[in-house]
Design a protein around this ligand. Structure first.
Ligand code: ADP
Ligand code: MG
Length: 730
């Protein structure tokens, strides 16, 4: 056995005893006693800010009001006081560049006065704006290096928090990241713009039903799937280390066929990691609530209570970061890649999305009065209509190299965007759409019908797990988001499409009302019209089936099975209007965003291809050749002593090895050629298509041959940790 594989397996043998003492110092079982203790939230603000500053922050959050410089100074002083009480030495602007990860630049509170005294300071200026040297973050060509200045600007709507790494504690300020002239360079600014846009469109629609509504926020509850592997085994797989997924590896003979992992008991080491993670998360105010095993061996899920969308996204980004650190304390690694292992399920991140009004109602929740249900129906139908119109843009927002292994591959959910709403609601929409000409009685009948909603259904049994976009009783669940992704991408698109749609809806209703139609009747007439139009996006059947692919094509729904194809839409007039009219991204920002996505795709595929090439040449083939020689020697030696390989076992193996070696050798040559062709072009789109259409298929052929060899070559020689060894954490 290769030394690295042997050592890795030895290491875990020594780890069977769970690691003691990994719990945070606050071992209290009462979560309320430490929840949010590392967050500059309500309690800390009340304690450390004068009332005027406290109210100023609240107003800034509620009404998007600007904070004066003096007020910023006062808030910064309060934050510093709080942070220093908790032994923070540094502060950092924390932001979400287009890499999809988070970034932070630390500064010390410590500074020197002109006469050489050491003081600790944190000014309003430092709180509000910083200029990190962001020249190495992807900008899609918006910042050339000579004008590399990028600014981070405080987002007061997401609370500051303390990040603890070992003994070090840093006060982190959530910020947006922009160019010197204010263009978005990150995920947060477009998200905030989309949230604003949605709010402005949704409030007037809410006021059709309740004039008291003055604020609407989108809400998000994500469900984060991930794999856990032992870190010694992780380190013995260069492909996992460098690309986040296994580029080679024969599926274990037992994987998920028995479905015994799903919701099964959690292995002890993983359980201890989860407990530690939950304590850390709760201190940071991340309301994680559920944990369980997922379908594949080694796969798990963590989900919080939903929150206002901006905070929910910050919390997801923060959680992913904390997970990686806590896992390492337990000698484990978490894998966020969408498809770390072939042959078993990959990971997604369901985004449960809804909208809430400041009157406390969930706009996608049916109520028990007719008028509430008309409001529900309005937001429900408009969401579906929005998806009907902009499915391609939603698809583009979840397109990246990792997710290609799920969407459009042999796995859930498909690349075709459709909406599942369940039997009862389908029936209801059908009845409304087929209703005769609206007259008073018909309106009344429709409203009566709607008022029966809660009894009709909305129980959790009517679920379609294969749908990429499903209504689940009081929210929509967007299931096609990738596990490693920043939710802000798809959520920005959701908010924007809904904002655009609600604007159209309000106009349509206003037009009818201007002609003298009663409000309720006008609303119903418009909805009825939408329901008739959007039929093709509704699908209740099995999304994985081949029949659906055919039917979807007949219905005219797109099926972009890979990233380069899915991203094409961002170059169209449709996308420019979508982001431009809403003010979420101007043309230059959109173009930059597209370039960053394409560039990331190309870079990832390139790294994967090069890693595969090196692994095969320097690890796999030497082992194969050694075994091949041994077999050949064996046949020759048998001959010398007058015996032969009469049953043909050795010869047969040797032949199969030879065939696969030939496939690999040819594949490597073709892959190299295709890579060079891709490198030679200056056009990012063309490069992406070449990598996708010419390089990737060779990678798959090589993999298939190597995985076959893994089942033939002496286990002692095999250089890479096998699936059966890595997937079942003990
Ligand atoms: P499941 O989907 O397994 O039935 P739940 O319905 O309880 O589980 O919720 C799944 C996720 O949806 C959770 O993160 C939850 O907080 C979130 N969620 C529930 N209500 C809303 C809402 N109004 N807006 C956004 N997310 C929500
Ligand atoms: Mg769910």
């Amino acid at each position: 056995m290769s030394l690295s594989r042997f050592n890795a397996l030895q290491t875990i043998e020594n780890r069977l005893e769970p690691l003691p003492g990994e719990f945070s110092e606050n071992g209290s079982s009462n979560i309320a006693s430490y929840f949010g203790e590392n967050v500059f939230g309500e309690e800390a603000m009340k304690k450390h800010l004068p009332e005027k500053a406290y109210l100023g922050v609240k107003a800034a959050i509620q009404n998007h009001q600007k904070l004066s410089r003096e007020l910023a100074d006062v808030i910064a002083a309060g934050m510093k006081e709080w942070a220093q009480e908790k032994n923070c030495t540094h502060f950092a602007h924390w932001f979400q560049p287009l890499t999809g990860k988070t970034a932070e630049k630390h500064d010390s509170f410590f500074t020197m006065t002109h006469d050489g005294r050491v003081i600790e300071e944190f000014t309003g200026g430092a709180l509000v704006q910083q200029e990190p040297d962001g020249s190495s973050f992807p900008s899609g060509g918006m910042r050339s290096t000579f004008e590399a200045r990028g600014y981070t600007v405080w987002d007061p709507s997401s609370p500051a928090f303390i990040m603890q790494v070992g003994e070090g504690k840093t006060l982190c300020i959530p910020t947006i990241f922009v160019t010197f002239d204010g263009r978005a360079q990150d995920y947060k600014l477009p998200l905030l713009r989309s949230q604003n846009f949605l709010e402005n469109a949704a409030v007037p629609v809410c006021q059709l039903f309740d004039p008291k509504v003055t604020k609407v926020t989108a809400t998000l509850g994500w469900e984060q799937e991930y794999f856990v592997v032992d870190d010694a085994l992780f380190n013995a797989r260069p492909d996992l280390q460098l690309t986040g997924r296994t580029l080679l590896g024969r599926p274990a003979t037992k994987n998920q066929q028995l479905e015994d992992h799903y919701f099964g008991s959690i292995p002890e080491r993983v359980y201890l990691f989860m407990r530690d993670l939950e304590i850390e998360s709760h201190k940071l105010g991340i309301p994680v609530r559920t944990r369980h095993n997922e379908v594949a061996p080694g796969q798990y899920e963590v989900a919080p209570v939903f929150e206002e969308i901006n905070v929910a996204i910050d919390h997801n980004q923060l959680l992913m970061d904390v997970m990686e650190r806590v896992a390492r304390r337990h000698k484990l690694r978490v894998l966020f890649h969408e498809k770390p292992f072939a042959g078993i399920n990959g990971s997604g991140k369901h985004n449960n999305w809804s909208m809430g009004a400041n009157t406390g109602v969930n706009l996608l929740s049916p109520g028990n009065t007719p008028s509430r249900n008309l409001r529900f129906l309005t937001f429900f139908v408009n969401t579906i209509m929005a998806v009907y119109k902009h499915a391609d843009i939603l698809r583009a927002s979840i397109a990246h190299a990792g997710n290609d292994h799920r969407l459009g591959a042999n796995e859930a959910p498909p690349a075709i965007i459709s909406v599942f709403i369940g039997q009862a609601l389908t029936k209801l929409l059908g009845q409304i759409a087929n209703g005769k000409k609206t007259d008073d009685a018909a309106v009344q009948r429709a409203i009566d019908l709607i008022s029966k909603l809660p009894n009709l259904e909305l129980d959790n049994t009517d679920r379609n797990r294969t749908s990429p976009f499903a209504f689940t009783g009081n929210k929509f669940e967007i299931r096609a988001v990738g596990s490693s992704q920043n939710c802000a991408g798809p959520m920005t698109v959701m908010n924007t499409m809904m904002g655009l749609q609600l604007t159209d809806f309000k106009n349509d209703v206003d037009k009818l009302m201007a002609k003298g139609t009663e409000k309720e009747e006008a609303i119903l007439m418009v909805l009825k019209n939408y329901i008739r139009k959007m039929k093709s996006i509704l699908f209740e059947g099995n999304n994985y089936s081949d029949e659906w692919r055919e039917e979807a094509a007949e219905r005219g729904l797109s099926n972009h099975t890979n990233t380069p194809a899915a991203l094409e839409v961002l170059r169209t007039k449709h996308a420019q209007d979508f982001f431009g009219k809403s003010g979420v991204l101007n043309e230059r920002e959109l173009d930059a965003f597209l370039n960053v996505q394409l560039h990331a795709y190309c870079t990832k595929l390139d790294i994967e291809a090069q890693t595969l090439e090196e692994l095969v040449n320097s690890s796999v083939m030497p082992a194969v050749i050694r075994y091949q020689t041994e077999l050949a020697d064996n046949i020759a030696s048998l001959k010398v002593i007058g015996l032969d390989d009469s049953a043909g076992y050795q010869k047969d193996k040797l032949e199969r090895i030879n065939d696969n070696v030939a496939t690999i050798s040819e594949g490597l040559k073709k892959m190299r050629k295709a890579l060079e062709k891709a490198h030679a072009t200056d056009d990012l789109h063309e490069e992406a298509h070449l990598l996708c259409d010419e390089v990737k298929p060779q990678m798959e052929l090589i993999r298939e041959a190597v995985d076959t060899l893994e089942g033939i070559v002496d286990d002692q020689y095999w250089p890479l940790v096998k699936y059966r060894e890595i997937l079942f954490v003990r």
